[in-house]
Design a protein around this ligand. Structure first.
Ligand SMILES: Nc1ncnc2c1ncn2[C@@H]1O[C@H](COP(=O)(O)OP(=O)(O)OP(=O)(O)O)[C@@H](O)[C@H]1O
Length: 309
């Protein structure tokens, strides 16, 4: 999948701004970004549901939006709302989707049987979908999205409404599908999910601010991360908040995770600064994570925009 200069404007709002993307086959590709950063709009353009204002898209060798109808047969789409028919049973939901997707009568039954088994729904195939738990609904929605064996699967915040165990289970299913050759695009707010993706794009305000594998992104990070243990964490936080070389300070229990700009950030300098503010603390350098990458990437972009022309 390639996209060049992908742009979408809604009136005055530039929802997606000149985004270039390359997504290899059988890859789990994540879109990470705050609310309103353009993740859903990008995904919807890539699957031909929305016409771009500008830019070129090629998906599975098809030109989008011109060949969007052809692409539809090869893609599966699942959103956080799960889009199930609450008054149909589990089996009827899958049978209905199989019919809509054009499976022959001959293929339909074995495919639905297989999906019910694979997604652990065979013991409740007659239960109404509306009465399933969140995790079960999610499994049914995923089974429904792949009933026609799509080569490409688009998932828009698919795990927002489920517990951590169901999320883990769901991700296992995604890797199973990727191993079978399915390319998966998934948008998420969760850093732990972003860490699992083979590759990742970080969007901010419609702009692509970073992309690569999670390891590449953390390796390239232009900043340093420290863990601060202070007797009075609130006081230590106040001493650091708002300083120009401090990118973020997050309190986690009694500790602070401090992200500083590259340059002269050092353990000694930080300890000294905290001491001067009356907040004696232990300071330790720690490896960066994706959340740090996210903060630096989005902050850099905001800084660039604030610079006078
Ligand atoms: N149909 C539309 N009409 C007008 N504005 C829209 C439309 N769809 C999206 N937008 C705007 O485009 C911007 C990007 O929205 P989008 O839904 O793509 O973001 P997102 O990153 O998916 O957000 P979230 O994480 O909240 O789902 C937002 O400012 C949104 O209000």
């Amino acid at each position: 999948m390639h996209a060049q200069g992908l742009t979408k404007r809604f009136g005055q709002v530039v929802a997606v701004n000149k985004v270039n993307l390359e997504v290899p086959r059988a890859c789990v590709y994540g879109f990470l970004g705050p609310n309103g950063s353009g993740k859903s709009t990008t995904i919807r353009m890539l699957c031909g549901l929305l016409t771009p204002s500008e830019g070129d898209i090629e998906v599975l060798g098809l030109h989008i939006p011109e060949q969007a109808e052809e692409l539809k047969q090869h893609i599966g789409y699942m959103t956080q709302k799960f889009s199930l028919f609450d008054d149909l049973s589990v089996r009827q939901n899958l049978e209905f989707l199989a019919t809509v997707q054009g499976l022959s009568r001959h293929d339909e039954k074995p495919r639905v049987d297989d999906l019910l088994k694979r997604y652990r729904l065979d013991d409740r195939e007659d239960q109404l979908a509306g009465t399933l738990s969140g995790g079960q609904k999610q499994r049914l929605a995923l089974a429904g999205a792949i009933v026609h064996r799509p080569e490409l699967l688009f998932l828009d915040e698919p795990t927002s409404a489920v517990d951590p165990e169901s999320r883990r289970d769901f991700w296992e299913k995604l890797f199973e599908l990727a191993d079978e050759g399915t390319t998966i695009l998934v948008s998420t707010h969760y850093m732990d999910e972003a860490e699992r993706c083979h590759r990742l794009a970080i969007l901010d305000n419609g702009n692509l601010v970073a992309d690569g594998t999670p390891a590449e992104l953390t390796k390239k990070l232009d900043g340093r991360t420290f863990l601060v243990r202070a007797g009075t964490p609130r006081k230590a936080k106040e001493a650091l908040d708002g300083q120009t070389d401090v990118l973020s300070v997050a309190q986690i229990g009694n500790e602070l995770r401090v992200l500083m700009r590259e340059g002269n950030a050092s353990i000694d300098a930080l300890r000294h600064r905290l001491g001067e503010a009356g907040a004696q603390a232990d300071v330790e350098g720690v490896p960066p994570n994706l959340e740090d990458v996210f903060v630096v990437a989005t902050r850099k972009h905001a800084d660039k925009q604030e610079q006078p022309a």
